[in-house]
Design a protein around this ligand. Structure first.
Ligand SMILES: [Zn+2]
Length: 100
């Protein structure tokens, strides 16, 4: 979930799923693992699929360029974590006051 008008970059994601349309291989990558492909925090998500290649297809002499990218955004992840924390904070004192 990104704000409208703001382009999503690697800095916004927790992990990235890269699926090869040609051979069906897929894998979740951490942004740090993509550094060796010249990907950094400022790399727009839209540019990712141009940079990544399927190594299995390349080994077979194919271009390996038909990759589809799916990103798990930090905000979603954070929001879920914060919601869980809030729930814990709220429940504990309530439990106590109800019993008192
Ligand atoms: Zn492939």
């Amino acid at each position: 979930m990104t704000l409208p008008g703001k382009e999503a970059t690697i800095a916004d994601v927790v992990s990235i799923a890269v699926e090869c349309i040609d051979c069906g291989r897929n894998r979740w990558w951490k942004p740090a693992e993509l550094r060796r492909y010249g990907v950094n925090g400022q790399t727009p998500l839209a540019a990712l699929s141009e940079r990544l290649r399927c190594s299995a297809c390349q080994a077979d002499g194919l271009p390996g360029r038909a990759v589809s990218i799916q990103a798990a955004f930090i905000e979603e992840h954070e929001r879920r974590r914060r919601a869980a924390r809030r729930r814990n904070e709220r429940e504990m004192p309530l439990e106590r006051s109800r019993r008192a």
